[in-house]
Design a protein around this ligand. Structure first.
Ligand SMILES: Cc1cc2nc3c(=O)[nH]c(=O)nc-3n(C[C@H](O)[C@H](O)[C@H](O)COP(=O)(O)OP(=O)(O)OC[C@H]3O[C@@H](n4cnc5c(N)ncnc54)[C@H](O)[C@@H]3O)c2cc1C
Length: 414
């Protein structure tokens, strides 16, 4: 690999991270006529373990942008109700059909298809530039202000100077620490083991969703040719599973979902499973002069409710609404960045509180359960007895609190 340092490039906004938050913000700013460079450390979006849910809040944003019909032409599944198998009972937890959204359903789509779609649309705007394989190494500071980002690419190191740097580099953010900003850890008691099973080896292909049994929880996502499976474990519980051995693990999974028993023979080593560490955290302050953190970099989300992607996109919409004009006219102030935190901190807090409640009140007792038959958790029983109650989780998960609409206008048609 060559190692050269080039003359710094200059732009209005440099975004580190081409995930849902970074790409959506890049798209929106470029559409509003702001020069933007997005740095994504990977060479493509074809990575796993990212979450596949696009909620009605995001469908509303796509509708605002005139992209919804084209997006829905991509292969996807539409989910009108969230249901799961809780101790052998099929229960409905959320009913999206009453939501005030252009499409009252949740879309299941591999996240790389969603990101490819947004990147493709963004590239049509002349102000947009996406650098794949460009890893942000840290912020550049001058006189106490963040003025750019140092990055590493296959061609060597480079620097991008910008009026605003946005850290959208996810829960393991590099930029946040490099700028001396901190995050409070709110303790997530779970981790997730992620593995694939061949579609045709699973006996009942109609089975999809979540399976809860005393001591265990399995979620299966249909990815067309294979099942993406998530097995929820108590945080730090992998060592105990490993010492019991892979056959014992497969037997546990087959105990929850007997129809996958044959497919499990494809798991021959622990290397076939990936541990995804779950975090919940929040920055007390999301910004400093010249730098703003959004998405998981500002508030790491647990997978509970599958809301993190959508919350990250809501941050991007709010940031664009509040900052695009000031960036375009080169009059951005630190108060503008504070306004983004004021707008988005409350939704992040409420959503994280909901995730923590589900983790503590439902998941932790379930994972601590014995193999003896037990009743479904009280909250789940109530949702079964009172169908109207299912609108509440649907609203929280599908739209969230303080939903954002796109207020910026296209600056110039692509
Ligand atoms: C196990 C698990 C399952 C989940 N499932 C779901 C789900 O189904 N639905 C849902 O809505 N949410 C889910 N979430 C939460 C969701 O993944 C996050 O909340 C969401 O992805 C946050 O989006 P983001 O754009 O802020 O960050 P990310 O999606 O993490 O994107 C950050 C991007 O930055 C890039 N990057 C990182 N460092 C650098 C660097 N130094 N330089 C350049 N680029 C960099 C990364 O490659 C990545 O592309 C899940 C989380 C976990 C842990």
């Amino acid at each position: 690999m060559q190692s050269t340092t080039r003359t710094p490039e200059r732009t209005r906004c440099c975004i580190a991270g081409g995930g849902p938050a970074g790409l959506m913000l890049g798209y929106l700013l470029a559409r509003a006529g702001v020069d933007v460079v997005v740095l994504e450390k990977h060479d493509d979006f074809l990575r796993d373990f990212r979450g596949d849910t696009i909620h009605p809040s995001t469908l509303t944003v796509l509708n605002d942008l005139g992209l919804l019909d084209e997006f829905l032409a991509l292969p996807h599944q539409e989910i009108t109700e969230l249901s799961g198998d809780v101790y052998g009972h099929i229960v409905t937890i959320a009913d999206f059909t009453h939501l005030p959204a252009p499409r009252p359903f949740m879309v299941l789509i591999p996240q790389w298809d969603f990101l490819d779609f947004i990147a493709g649309k963004a590239r049509q705007w002349p102000h947009f530039s996406l650098r794949m394989g460009a890893k942000a190494l840290g912020v550049i500071e001058e006189g106490g202000k963040v003025i750019g980002v140092n990055a590493q690419t296959a061609d060597g190191s480079c620097a991008v100077h910008a009026d605003l740097v946005v850290a959208a580099d996810g829960r393991h953010t590099t930029l946040r620490g490099s700028a001396g900003l901190a995050s409070d850890d709110l303790a997530a008691p779970i981790d997730v083991l992620w593995f694939r099973l061949a579609r045709d080896a699973v006996r009942d292909p109609s089975r999809t969703g979540g399976y809860m049994r005393p001591g265990a929880m399995l979620v299966m996502l249909n990815r067309d040719t294979y099942w993406q499976c998530a097995y929820v474990i108590p945080k730090g519980g992998l060592d105990a599973l490993r010492s019991a051995g892979l056959p014992a693990f497969c037997a546990r999974v087959a105990g929850i979902a007997p129809f996958v028993a044959d497919a499990l023979t494809a798991l021959t080593s622990w290397d076939d499973l990936k541990l995804l560490s779950v975090q919940i955290g929040r920055m007390p302050r999301w910004y400093r002069d010249g730098l703003l953190c959004i998405g998981d970099a500002a508030h790491a989300m647990s997978p509970v409710g599958g809301v993190g992607i959508n919350l990250a996109i809501q941050d991007a919409v709010a940031a664009s609404n509040l900052l695009a004009e000031a960036l375009r006219e080169r009059r951005l102030t630190t108060d503008d960045l504070a306004a983004v935190q004021s707008r988005r901190e409350w939704p992040a807090r409420v959503t994280q509180r909901m995730q923590i409640a589900v983790q503590n009140e439902i998941l932790t007792p379930v994972l601590a359960g014995t193999t003896a038959p037990v009743e479904p958790p009280l909250a789940v029983t109530l949702l079964q007895r009172l169908p109207l109650l299912r609108r509440l989780p649907a609203r929280l998960v599908g739209i969230g609190v303080r939903p954002e609409r796109v207020h910026t206008q296209p600056f110039q048609r692509p």
